[in-house]
Design a protein around this ligand. Structure first.
Ligand SMILES: O=c1nc[nH]c2c1ncn2[C@H]1C[C@H](O)[C@@H](COP(=O)(O)OP(=O)(O)OP(=O)(O)O)O1
Ligand SMILES: [Mg+2]
Length: 204
C-alpha cells in the first residue's frame, strides 16, 4: 500500500487526512508514527509561509517527500484573529479547550449575523530535488455561542457550517471532508496526485 507522510504532530489533522486519502488507497502516516521527535517552529506570518517551513524542514530531515498542513480560523469580528496564531491563541500550550473559551468570551457581545468566520488550510508538498508547491482551501461558517458535538478537533465544536446545517463537530469525518478547508485544499492537490504519488514510495 502506498503511504504518505503528513508533516504534522496534530492527531486531529491525521484523522481528517486518513479519511481524505482512503479513497486513493493511500495510508497516512504522521510525525507521531516516527521514532524521532520533530517539531518545526512556526515563525512565519502567513499560512503559506508556515506550511512551507514545516514541509521543507521535515522533508530535509527525513530525505523524503512530505505534505504539511498549516491551518486556522479567521473570525471577521476579530479582524481575522486568531488566524495563523489559532493553535496558540490562549497560550503556548496549544489547548483546544482554552482556545475555544477565549473565542467565546471575546464574541460574547457579538450578534449572530456578525459572527462570520472561515477555516483556512494551506498544504505544502516538499521533497528532495523538487520545487515546493502549495495548495489552499477555505470553508465559510459562523461561530456558535456554545459548543456543539464531539467529533473533530480544534475549533470544530463552535464552527457552524451552513452547508450541512450543523456544527463541524457534529459531522462524521467523511461529511467534514466533503466541505472542509482541508478537503478543498486536497482537491487542488489531487489533480497532481498521480505524479506525486509515484514519488511517495514507502516511508521508513
Ligand atoms: O479542521 C479544523 N477544525 C478545527 N480546528 C482547526 C481545523 N484546522 C485547523 N484548526 C485549528 C486548530 C489549531 O488551533 C490551528 C492549527 O494550527 P497548526 O499550526 O496548523 O497545527 P498544529 O500546531 O496543531 O499541528 P502541526 O503544526 O504539527 O500540523 O487551527
Ligand atoms: Mg503548528
Amino acid at each position: 500500500m502506498k503511504k504518505v507522510l503528513i508533516a504534522t504532530n496534530n492527531k486531529g489533522k491525521a484523522k481528517d487526512f486518513e479519511v481524505l486519502f482512503e479513497p486513493y488507497g493511500i495510508q497516512v502516516m504522521t510525525l507521531n508514527d516516527l521514532e524521532q521527535d520533530i517539531d518545526v517552529e512556526e515563525t512565519g506570518t502567513t499560512f503559506e509561509e508556515n506550511a512551507v517551513l514545516k514541509a521543507e524542514e521535515v522533508a530535509k530531515q527525513l530525505g523524503i517527500m512530505v505534505i504539511s498542513d498549516d491551518s486556522g480560523l479567521e473570525i471577521d469580528a476579530l479582524n481575522g484573529a486568531p488566524g495563523v496564531y489559532s493553535a496558540r491563541y490562549a497560550g503556548p500550550a496549544k489547548n483546544d479547550d482554552a482556545n475555544i473559551d477565549k473565542v467565546l468570551e471575546e464574541l460574547q457581545e457579538v450578534p449572530e449575523d456578525e459572527r462570520t468566520a472561515r477555516f483556512r488550510c494551506v498544504l505544502a508538498i516538499a521533497g528532495p530535488n523538487q520545487e515546493t508547491k502549495t495548495f489552499s482551501g477555505s470553508c465559510e461558517g459562523f461561530i456558535l455561542n456554545e459548543r456543539r458535538g464531539t467529533n473533530g478537533f480544534g475549533y470544530d465544536p463552535i464552527f457552524y457550517t451552513p452547508s450541512k446545517q450543523r456544527a463541524m463537530a457534529e459531522l462524521t469525518p467523511a461529511e467534514k471532508g466533503e466541505i472542509s478547508h482541508r478537503g478543498a485544499a486536497l482537491a487542488q492537490l489531487k489533480e497532481q496526485l498521480p505524479t506525486l504519488m509515484a514519488s511517495f514510495g514507502e516511508v521508513q
